[in-house]
Write a protein that binds this ligand. Structure first.
Ligand code: UDP
Ligand code: MG
Length: 309
């Protein structure tokens, strides 16, 4: 039987969310009258999530578990879901119910109109800390400004992808992934649907600041050379400043001025340039480290258990 819709949910220690997620996805998807599957990607869960996923799969053959050998991170878990999905359209959704499964109906309606990527835009975010909201908002805007693809603002991974898009994305095997950028990069007909992002059903966020920061770095390095070019701009600026400063200092000395005497000015200039050079080296390092990871060519993820078909 061919599958029309695949719902992909990455799971990292979400034991109390899984039964509710399944219930709401089943209700929504059954109402479409089309065959569907729910792919739960167990991203190295250490709580009871794995057992819950297995229980559901035993009860309902439409639930397909993919169990990782360890934690590989959210973006990689979603990637595995896309690799295993068989549907004509694939919906990526968080397992914590912050993305209401019912919104899928709106995404499907747009897909039926002929759109190949239907992304869900967070018109409102409920019950999140101001820190999360401010950093998230800043994140989307910085990425929008400096990357070469126009990634829609306030849009997470909650979206529907047509089979054509999924097939293209399956061929993009970069390891430091930013799926939103990749989905924007492929093109096709895209449209946003607004929704209200709810509160977590249970548990706490699995995206601490460190992981968010990593994701932001992957987004920037994956879609822009801007940080590398900053070193060039700063180099030109400091070279220009010194060319202007040399004749000024010479003139000051000749007129007997004491300005720019002493160690302080030297020290400031040396520290400033030293700082700029170290930051530039660090930025280079970020790109080189990523190149090195790509060169190793390791698999993106390791699966401990997956459905055979
Ligand atoms: N997640 C994952 N692997 C990770 C971290 C998170 O699969 O290493 C999953 C998590 O279970 C959830 C989704 O990714 O389904 C989004 O994570 P979370 O809700 O913690 O992020 P937030 O909504 O707080 O940004
Ligand atoms: Mg969440």
């Amino acid at each position: 039987m061919s599958i029309t819709f695949s719902i992909v949910a990455p799971v990292f220690n979400e034991q109390d969310n899984i039964p509710e997620l399944y219930r709401r996805v089943r209700e929504t998807m059954d109402s479409t009258g089309e065959p569907w599957e729910l792919i739960l990607v167990d991203d190295g869960c250490m709580d009871g999530s794995t057992d819950r996923i297995r229980e559901l799969a035993a009860q309902d053959a439409r639930v397909r578990p993919i169990i990782f050998a360890r934690n590989f991170g959210h973006q990689i878990a979603v990637t595995a879901g896309l690799d295993y999905a068989r549907g004509q359209a694939v919906v990526i959704i968080d397992a914590d119910l912050q993305d209401p499964p019912e919104v899928t109906t709106d995404l499907i309606a747009r897909w039926r109109e002929g759109y190949e990527v239907v992304y869900a835009v967070r018109a409102e975010r409920e019950g999140e800390t101001w820190f999360k909201k401010v950093t998230a908002s800043l994140f989307y805007r910085v990425i929008y400004r400096i990357t070469d693809v126009k990634i829609p603002l306030d849009t997470g991974d909650f979206r529907l992808l047509d089979r054509k898009v999924v097939d293209v994305m399956k061929g993009m095997r970069e390891r430091h992934r930013f799926l939103r950028g990749m989905a924007a990069w492929v093109g096709f007909r895209q449209i946003g649907v607004e929704y209200k992002r709810g509160v977590r059903y249970s548990g706490v966020t699995k995206y601490p600041f460190k992981k968010m920061f990593r994701l932001a770095l992957n987004a920037i390095t994956g879609f822009s050379y801007f940080p590398l070019q900053v070193a060039t701009y700063l180099g030109f600026i400091s070279a220009s400043v010194s060319i202007l400063a040399i004749p000024i200092v010479v003139a000051l000395r000749m007129t007997g001025s004491q300005a720019f005497f002493g160690q302080a000015s030297t020290l400031i200039a040396v520290l400033f340039l030293g700082g700029v050079q170290l930051i530039s080296l660090g930025i280079l390092g970020e790109y080189i480290g990523r190149l090195y990871d790509e060169a190793k060519g390791r698999p993106l993820y390791i699966v401990r258990e997956a459905p055979e078909d």
